[in-house]
Ligand binder design. Structure first.
Ligand SMILES: *[C@@H]1O[C@H](CO)[C@@H](O)[C@H](O)[C@H]1NC(C)=O
Ligand SMILES: *[C@@H]1O[C@H](CO)[C@@H](O)[C@H](O)[C@H]1NC(C)=O
Length: 603
């Protein structure tokens, strides 16, 4: 047996410690917190809720932190500003809905085990399956021991086509927003290898990890096994020989009565126009795939691609699918407390007493739980370990109530989330940046304010060292600077002349990682409160514009440029790395722990 990976850890505590999870979760919501823990923003929650005249006013023991970003003075004439005002109005309603759910005494995770939302099995076949695009929804994800069965036949492909199909487990979301938790992809006629292969992989925000390819050789005996099974079984390349060989062995067994100890090369398991039955099961260490009752491949769980997050099973490619069945499904929605129990306590944000030197605001979306966990488990450990730095996720509300409910639980538990009460949309992320300024300058009075994304890896002490290079009394703006950039006027990311009339943008730092001194953050909040702030849909350009205004009207700003705030990915000796998947985050952290600020390839 190989050493279990960390990804599998979520499973065992789930089995062993459910009652403790229930207890913990209950405690989180029901204990009365001493006054000293009730900070100013918590009071704001109570006030915001009292405004609504909702019959079930939640008590202040909800320790949700809601941003106090105030749009009342905002000039609502520009379309983006008007959209912001509408988004706040809708957000207020969504927030009330989310808060009112657990107003009663019951622990919020306690969904009835027989809840129809979490059936033990789901199935689709024939026309219904085709109408659903060969996709089967897994209402409450998968759990240890869950299995799915696909009955299908690969389609005959004319010419030199690849003849391939894929069985995929995907997370929630559409397009690239949905991570692919498992991609099982047989290529019947082979690809560049020229022999039939099965490729398995994961994908995060449109980027593939390294493929695990089975090409017909059995995994070497020194390779890691998965629950004792090899990752790749051997298959014969010549099917006719195999059947002759099998027949001989079978006859010998029958006639001579001896049991063969020969290792048999079974043929490649998929044949065009021939029906197969594929079963995918979730083991302790990974997925196991059997075809027609025979083990074919096993795929170890990858960090950040969590079994419980599987929302859809889909089959696509050159294939006719007859039916799909999923069984032994979890009877309750996995909740936050149950999923990460072994890590929970140490990942909570510690209470801060000392003055905050550096405040890091991380833009995130409600459904990005996996991303936030990767941040908590990696570079945020350094933040928690330092008494003078503080990091918080800034998350807006989702149209879907369940997402907000889960977010509320997560926020209550980890205490590292600031909810910005508007309904989330890509064009309005700039509001989160203003909320970061508000929180950093007004709530924690930080000296420096950094903004990053939930796929940014921050090398904390090096970033601090970079900031310390600037004399203490200077106002500054540090990041990967863009000078004289021009708006794109065509294509998907086009910016209209109404939105940005000038030919160039002001100098601005790339969004995934920049730092400003607190006087600039204060200025932004003040401009917002006095109705003078102008927002642009690109948050990084907006910040460049505000800093430019500050530089022109308040005090000279030192602009410090470094390409080590990497925007396109990662460079060795980075200060920040961007587009990092959960697996890469943990890999970077591990390397950094060994004193090596080196990049990690896609995982
Ligand atoms: C936390 O801080 C201590 C003492 O400064 C240090 O020894 C330890 O390595 C730090 N741990 C992390 C994860 O940064
Ligand atoms: C900042 O202001 C000074 C004048 O006060 C000006 O010379 C400089 O170009 C400004 N910097 C930027 C990047 O706008």
């Amino acid at each position: 047996m190989r050493r279990p990976r960390r990804a599998a850890c979520g499973l065992r505590p789930l089995l062993l410690l459910l009652p403790l999870a229930a207890l913990l979760s209950f405690a989180t919501f029901s204990l009365h917190y001493p006054d000293r823990l009730v900070g100013p923003t918590t009071v704001a929650v109570a006030a915001a809720v009292a405004d609504t005249a909702h019959p079930q006013v939640p008590s202040p023991r909800h320790r949700l932190e809601i941003s106090r970003l105030d749009l009342r003075a905002l000039n609502a004439t520009p379309p983006l500003h008007a959209a912001a005002v509408r988004a706040f109005r809708t957000g207020g309603r969504l927030l009330r809905d989310a808060l009112s759910v657990s107003a009663g005494a019951a622990p919020p995770h306690a969904r009835s085990p027989d809840s129809p939302r979490c059936p033990p099995s789901v199935a689709l076949s024939g026309g219904k399956l085709r109408a659903a695009g060969n996709a089967l929804a897994l209402p409450c994800g998968l759990a240890l021991g869950s299995h799915v069965t696909v009955v299908a036949s690969p389609r005959k492909v004319p010419g030199n086509g690849l003849a391939q199909f894929a069985v995929e487990l995907r997370g929630a979301g559409h397009g690239d927003a949905a991570s692919t938790i498992l991609h099982f992809n047989p290529r019947l006629r082979g690809d560049w290898s020229g022999r039939p292969v099965i490729e398995q992989n994961t994908r995060f925000r449109g980027q593939w990890g390294p493929a695990l390819r089975c090409e017909g050789w059995r995994s070497r005996s020194d390779e890691e096994t998965v629950d004792g099974l090899v990752q790749c079984e051997q298959w014969a390349w010549n099917t006719a020989d195999t059947f002759e060989e099998l027949k001989m062995i079978w006859i010998r067994n029958r006639v001579v009565g001896q049991r063969s100890k020969d290792l048999i090369d079974w043929p490649y398991p998929f044949v065009e126009d021939e029906l197969f039955v594929l079963t995918l099961s979730a083991g302790l260490e990974g997925y196991h795939v059997q075809v027609d009752g025979r083990h074919v491949t096993s795929f170890p769980y990858r960090v950040g691609f969590i079994l419980e997050d599987a929302a859809i099973l889909q089959v696509n490619g050159d294939i006719e699918v007859e039916s799909m069945v999923a069984g032994s499904l979890p009877r309750a929605h996995p909740n936050i407390a149950e999923r990460n129990l072994e890590l929970l306590a140490e990942l909570k944000a510690p209470p801060t007493e000392e003055p905050v030197e550096l405040f890091i605001g991380i833009l995130s979306a409600g459904s990005h739980f996996t991303e936030r966990m990767a941040v908590r488990r990696s570079w945020m450990s350094a933040v928690r370990n330092s008494s003078s730095t503080m990091a918080r996720f800034f998350v807006a509300l989702n149209e879907r109530k369940e997402v907000n409910e889960d977010l509320k639980k997560e926020a209550n538990f980890f205490r590292d989330i600031i909810i910005v009460p508007f309904v989330d949309s890509y064009d309005l992320v700039v509001l989160k940046t203003v909320a970061i300024c508000e929180y950093a300058a007004r709530v924690v009075s930080a000296k420096y304010v950094m903004k990053c994304d939930d796929d940014t890896f921050v090398r904390l002490d090096s970033v601090m060292a970079e900031v310390k290079k600037i004399p203490d009394d200077k106002s500054f703006y540090v990041g990967n600077m863009n000078y004289y950039h021009r708006p794109l006027r065509k294509g998907k990311w086009a910016v209209s002349y109404e939105e940005w009339p000038k030919d160039t943008y002001p100098p601005y730092a790339d969004g995934p990682g920049y730092i400003v001194s607190s006087d600039i953050a204060n200025f932004v909040v003040f401009e917002m409160e006095t109705g003078r702030l102008n927002m642009f849909k690109m948050e990084d350009v907006s910040v460049g514009m505000w800093v430019g205004q500050f530089n022109g009207s308040v005090k000279a700003v030192e602009y410090a440029h470094s390409v080590r705030f990497c925007q396109f990915g990662c460079v060795d000796d980075y200060l920040t790395a961007h587009y990092q998947s959960p697996g890469q985050m943990l890999c970077l952290w591990e390397k950094l722990g060994r004193g090596k600020p080196q990049c990690c390839n896609a995982r």
